[in-house]
Design a protein around this ligand. Structure first.
Ligand code: AMP
Ligand code: MG
Length: 315
């Protein structure tokens, strides 16, 4: 990746020290995770959290996910339960976020949780972000590092293009392996999937009962906002071909290589397709196409998470 941005850095001891110093001062930085790149700041610092909301232009009613190294660090902020321990043991660190009750003595800023008495917590597996967390005595509130309602960044250059020089440090660790946001599961009362992800409901169901209730219209999770994950140009779903001057996002081996065809996975691998989704949308937008047509994506496995994002992108 050609680096024309002076705020993108490879990870080493020097940049670790600089990142930690910045975070301790209440600054926010761009960090890689296995899902997408995040905009991280001290979850206990009002100044840092205000910076996150204002940089992203994020509505204040959309709470942020708080990131920890391990459950011991999270213990001071949230109330664990048996469902949490089951899933933690199985999937953490990894691409899954848990919504739990906040402890009354927690130092998490009320802005982080949009004044709710619940917190969404995650334990990222990415080595770089784990080394940063290891050197902090506070957790990181970290939404995806993009302007609100847009698509998540999957590499350092994407982050730089979103915020330009407004953040001092973006740690470069190549492309995020998973490429879409974490599965969000509420563990308050009967467990519920709030946002599908690479860890599927089907897999989680092996360990606990999940409520199939259609989630109420009340926004309990902002990732559920109808318009979200938008590439900034119209997205049309379940198409077989694209109109003139428009891009066609395809899946599987049945499509010819054409300049306006963008294949998410020639071998019909839905995980690969998920990891290529946002990258492909950004590429299409950069090439100046006016609309994105998308073929039907199978609604199983990682396809469930892909279709969730596509539906909102098309809204
Ligand atoms: P992102 O902006 O990609 O980091 O997404 C954050 C996700 O975490 C959104 O889908 C939110 O719904 C979810 N979230 C954060 N805090 C809470 C909370 N207290 N209750 C429910 N969902 C939450
Ligand atoms: Mg986001």
């Amino acid at each position: 990746m050609k680096n024309i941005y002076s705020n993108i850095f490879s990870f080493n001891k020097k940049i670790l020290k600089k990142s930690v110093a910045n975070l301790k001062k209440g600054n926010v930085i761009g960090l890689p995770t296995e899902t997408v790149y995040g905009l991280g700041g001290n979850a206990y610092s009002k100044v840092a959290i205000q910076k996150i909301y204002s940089l992203k232009n994020r509505p204040k009613k959309n709470p942020l996910i708080v990131h920890y190294l391990n459950y011991r660090d999270a213990d001071k902020d949230v109330i664990f339960n048996r469902d949490f321990y089951k899933l933690y043991k199985k999937f953490c660190p990894g691409p899954i976020t848990f919504v739990l009750k906040k402890k009354s003595r927690s130092k998490i800023q009320s802005l982080v949780t949009a004044k709710l008495n619940t917190v969404a917590i995650r334990f990222p597996s990415h080595k770089t972000t784990r080394s940063v967390l290891k050197n902090l005595n506070f957790p990181l509130a970290m939404p995806s590092a993009n302007l609100s309602s847009g698509i998540s960044p999957v590499n350092a250059l994407d982050v730089a293009e979103e915020f330009k020089k407004k953040i001092k440090i973006i740690i470069n660790s190549g492309n995020s392996k998973i490429g879409i946001e974490s599965t969000v599961v509420s563990l308050i009362g009967k467990p519920k999937i709030l946002r599908p992800g690479i860890i599927e409901a089907k897999t989680i169901k092996k360990f606990l009962k999940i409520s199939n209730n259609k989630i109420s219209s009340k926004i309990i999770s902002p990732g559920m906002l109808k318009k979200h994950y938008s590439p900034g140009i119209p997205v049309l779903l379940n198409k077989k071909k694209a109109a003139k001057n428009c891009a066609l996002v395809t899946f599987g081996g049945n499509y010819k290589d054409k300049i306006n065809n963008f294949n998410l996975s020639k071998k019909s691998d839905l995980k690969e397709a998920a990891s290529n989704l946002y990258k492909t949308f950004r590429k299409i937008k950069k090439q100046g196409f006016k609309k994105i047509y998308v073929v039907k994506i199978p609604n199983l496995g990682a396809g469930i998470a892909i279709n969730d994002r596509l539906k909102r992108a098309a809204n």
